[in-house]
Design a protein. Structure first.
Length: 92
């Protein structure tokens, strides 16, 4: 999902474009209001990981490249301001 890709974060969605296919939209993830552009990209053992806000406030959406899994994590009752991914893909 994230190799040769461009990730653009807008106020209510995250777009993933495929650069090998002439900027075609590969994925559009709807999010709750995200005026800060909160998003994080990391890699664990060559597996790209994308963490974004979910459409429900306080929930993280985590997607990895190879397993094509998406996990939703209820992180907070209020909105999420920042996301960071460590080298071992611990999400902060």
């Amino acid at each position: 999902m994230l190799r040769n890709k461009l990730v653009i974060v807008l106020i209510d969605c995250v777009y993933v474009f495929d650069l090998t296919q002439g900027f075609t939209i590969e994925l559009c993830i709807k999010t709750c209001s995200n005026p800060r552009g909160t998003c994080a990209i990391g890699t664990f053992i060559d597996i790209p990981v994308l963490a974004t806000l979910d459409k429900n406030e306080g929930v993280l959406r985590v997607k990895n490249d190879y397993l094509d899994n998406t996990h939703e994590i209820k992180a907070f009752d209020d909105g999420i301001q920042y996301i960071a991914i460590s080298l071992d893909v611990t999400i902060y």
